[in-house]
Design a protein around this ligand. Structure first.
Ligand code: FES
Length: 182
């Protein structure tokens, strides 16, 4: 995933600060990864390379450990986080179909983020609303009985919010320019 403007600098700054808090010992690998993820929201490749350099271990060891534990995320969270429940109740009544519909519509696989970082998609375990199965959590909000048509509706409404934000930003700029002219 390509880094955003200023992200490289942020990664270097945070990793440098974090390294001051830890001894360069291999047993500190997990706590360091946790701290990086806490600060940056995920584990960028560059950060993992820096960690490997700091600990004097091969980068592949860092990547292997980060991929082994599901507490670590290797992709940045999207602006819109979509979590599809794959608990038994949801799975049985179409959770997988909902997940596949999101994958097709967003053109990413579960665990990934769209290149523009607008959407991230992941599977989660039972979220405790089995009567509404299949359940999807969109930006912390529960959506129940999610059919493929509902998937389209969810994405359309998220896209609608985005274009509304864009219009509002344009209005703000217009207002600002108007104010400057007066
Ligand atoms: S299995 Fe999906 S909410 Fe319980």
């Amino acid at each position: 995933m390509e880094l955003l403007k200023g992200e490289k600098e942020a990664i270097l700054k945070h990793t440098k600060e974090i390294f001051q808090e830890f001894e360069a010992k291999r047993e500190n690998l997990i706590p360091i990864l946790q701290e990086v993820q806490k600060r940056l929201g995920y584990l960028p490749r560059l950060a993992m390379q820096k960690i490997a350099e700091f600990l004097g271990i091969p980068p592949v060891d860092v990547f292997a450990l980060a991929t082994f534990y599901n507490q670590f995320r290797l992709n940045p969270p999207g602006k819109n986080e979509i979590k599809v429940c794959m608990g038994t109740a949801c799975y049985m009544v179409g959770g997988k179909i909902a997940l596949e519909s999101f994958e097709r519509r967003l053109n990413i696989k579960e665990g990934q983020t769209t290149p523009d970082r607008e959407y991230s998609l992941e599977r989660v375990a039972c979220v405790g609303c089995c009567t509404l199965a299949p359940v999807v959590v969109v930006n912390e909000q529960i959506e129940g009985k999610v059919s493929p048509t509902r998937v389209d509706g969810i994405i359309l409404s998220l896209q609608g919010e985005k274009s509304k934000e864009g219009e509002e930003a344009n209005e703000d700029t217009k207002e600002k320019l108007k104010g400057e002219k007066q």
